[in-house]
Design a protein around this ligand. Sequence first.
Ligand code: TNX
Length: 772
Amino acid sequence: MKRSLIFLLLLVTKLAFAQTSKINSYTVIPLPNSISLTKGSPFVLSNKTTITYTKENLELKRIAYFLSEYIAISTGIKMTVDANSKSKNTIRLESNYVSDHKEAYELKVTSESITLNGASEAGVFYAVQTLRKTLPTTPNTTTVILPTAVILDYPRFEYRGMMLDVARHFAPVSFVKKFIDILALHNINTFHWHLTDDQGWRVEIKKYPNLTTIGSNRKETLIGKNSGKYDGKPHGGFYTQEEIKDIVKYASQRYITIIPEIDLPGHMLAALASYPELGCTGGPYQVLTKWGVSDDVLCVGNENTFRFLEGVFDELITLFPSNYYHIGGDECPKVRWKICPKCQAKIVELGLIKDKHHSAEEKLQSYCINRMEKYLNSNGKQIIGWDEILEGGIAPNATIMSWKSFEAGIQAAKLGHKVIMTPSSHVYFDHYQGRDTKLEPLAIGGYSDVEKVYNFDPIPKELTAQEQKFIIGGQANIWREYMPTTEQVEYMILPRIAALSESLWTEPAQKNYSTFLPRLASFFSVYDKLNYNYAKHILEVSASSRIDTDKSILFLELKNPTNSPIYYTIDGSIPNFKSIKYTNPIEIKETVTAKAIVVRGNKTSRILERNFEFNKASLKPITLLNQPVEKYTFDGAATLIDGKRGKSGYSTGDYIGFYGKDLEAIIDLKTIQTISEVILGTYIDPNSWIFGAKSYQVLTSDDGQNFTEVFASNVAVPVKNEGASYVDLTAKFTPRNTRFVKIIAKIADIIPDWHYATGQPTYLFADEIIIH
Ligand code: TNX
C-alpha cells in the first residue's frame, strides 16, 4: 500500500514536470547553408521514436548511439536504437546523399520521420550535430515538436581546425577528449596538436626515452608576465603511445583528424635538454621555465640531428594516420648557427650563399625543412609549416599555416601552395576577448572578441579566383603560456569557437553577426548542459560611441544581443531595474560616469562603466596628419578627444597605434580660448615593440595655417627591461589665447640592439589629448 502510494506520487510529480517543447527553426550554429520549412503537420519526437540506420554499417550504428546519448543529455528522452525498426516514428541514418562535398548532408523532417542522409558517414555525423543543437535543453522534456523541413548543408572549407598547445601547459587525456567533444559540437574536423616546445616534450618516443624522462619536465614556471619570479613548482606530463592511440581513435570516431606538430628546428629546448649533443654548443640545456623564443635550437650541421628527427617521425607515423604532419618552422633564431662550425661547414658543403632576400642561415633553415619534407613525403605524408618556412625558399609540397597575418598565406597561394589561415589578428584565442582586461584572466595580450572572430574570412580579397582555391581553410590557436588550467582553456575557447565554426562552415552570404548573437545566446544552454566553462561577454552591455564634433556631443550607444532591457545611470550610482531604461543613444556633453546593466528575468549582468572626463579638447574637430595602422585604428582620431582615458592596455580600442610614423594632430577649439597645458596620453611596452615618443612639441595658431611653437622637449626612450607603463607627455607654458592646437609626437627610432626585434620600426600608442 505504502509502496504504491509512493509510486503514484512519483508518477504524478513526473507528469506535472513533463514538458512539451516546440521548435520553431533549425537556425543552429554553424548556420546550415539552406533551410526550407515545408508544409505538413510537425514531427513529434518522444521516447516512442526509434533511431534506426542502414544495417551492417557499423559507423552509422556508432553515430546512432551518439545521437541517442546527445538526446538523452539535452532532453532526458531515452530512445531505442534498432537497425531493424519497422516503425514509422523513426530517426533514420543513411549515407547515400549525393554531393560534391563529402561532408554534406540532407536533414529531412516529415510528419512521420526524420532522415539524416550524409554524403559520407561524416556528413551524417554533422546532420546529427545539427539535430542535436536544435533540441531543447529543458529538463524533463518528454515530447519535442519539430516543424517539417529540408536542410541541405555542406561546409565552406574542407579544413576547419583548432590547435591546442599542450607543451607550455600539459592537459590530461580526459581534457583532450573533452576538447575533441567541443570541436565536434562546432563541426571542426581537424585537431592540430602542438606536442613539443621549449617548455616541454609531451609524446613518448621509445627510441629516445630521455625526451619524456627529462624533456617532459621543467623545474618551475615563470609567475605572471615578465615578473622575473618563479613558482618553484615542477611542471610535467606526457602521453604514452597507448594514450595517443586511444585519443586518435576517439577523435576519428567524431570525424576529427589529429595533426601532430613537432616544432623544428627552433622551439626545441626540451629535446636539447634531453639530448644536448643535438645543439650547436653541446649544452648543458634545461627545459625552459619562461616564455619567449630561445636562441638554442637544433644543430642543422649535425647529421645526427636528422637521424633523431627521422627516428621521432618513424614512431609518430605508427600513431597518427593523418595525411598532414606539422613540422613547425617558426621563430628559429640563427645566432647559434652563425658561429657553429658544423652549421657553417654545412653551409659551405651545400653552397648556400647570402642573396638580396635571404641570409645563408635562412637558407640552412630552408634546407632543414626541405629535407624533413622529403622524408615525410617518402612516408606518404605532407608537411605543414608556419609562415617562416617561406624564408629561404619554400619546400616544394608544403602547406603554409599563415599566423603572423594573412600575408604569408597570400604569398604562398600566389606560389601555388595550399594555405591554412590562422592570423593572430583574428583567431589567436590566447588574446583577450573582453575590453576590460582587469576583469579577465591574464592573457598574452592582443584582442579578438567574438565579433572579430565572426568577421574572420580565410579568403583574402587580394587573391584571384584561381589563387583562392589554394586556401583550404582556417584555424584558431590556443597557445597556453598564460593558460595554466583547463578551465581557463575552455573559457578562452568558448564561445569564440562558435564564431569560428560559422566562419569556416557557413557561406559568407548567409552570415550575419546580428542574427548570430541571439542564436549564440540560446546555444549557451547547450554549453550549460555540458558543464562547459564559457565567457559570457555577449550577454553583457556593450558600448560604442559616436562623436558629433559640430555639435560637440558624444552619443553613447548601449547594446546587448538578447534584447533584454538595459538600465543605466549617469550620476555614478549603481544601476538597477528602477534606473533609466535605455532606448536611444545617450547624449553626453559634460563630465559624467555612465553605468549600465542588462536585466534578464531576475538576473542582472556585470556593470559596464564608462568615465568621460571633458576638457577643452574634448569633442572638438581633430585632424590627424598621419594615420594609425589599420589593426590599431579602432575609432580613429575621435579616440583622442572622447574624454575617455585608456585603462586596459593598448589593444582593446582605448588607444590608437602608429607604426613607424609620428603622431601629428591638429585640434580646432572652435573659438579663441586661453590655454596653458597640453597633455598627450601614451602607453609604452617595449616587450610589444611600443617605445612611444622620442620628442613632444606643441604649437598654436589662430588661423590653422601659421603655427607658433609654444613647447618642445625630448622624451626619454625606454631602456632594457623596462616594463609597460602609462606615460602622459605634458606641455606647460604661459597662458595664451589660441584657436588651433597642433601636437607633434615624434616616434622613437628603430628597435635597439638589446631587443629581440632589433632593427624593426617601433609603435606609438596614444589614448587622449587633454587641453587646459
Ligand atoms: C607565436 S604562432 C608562436 C608561439 C606562441 C604564440 C603566442 C607561432 C607559430 N609561434 O610559440 O605561443 O606566438 O601567441
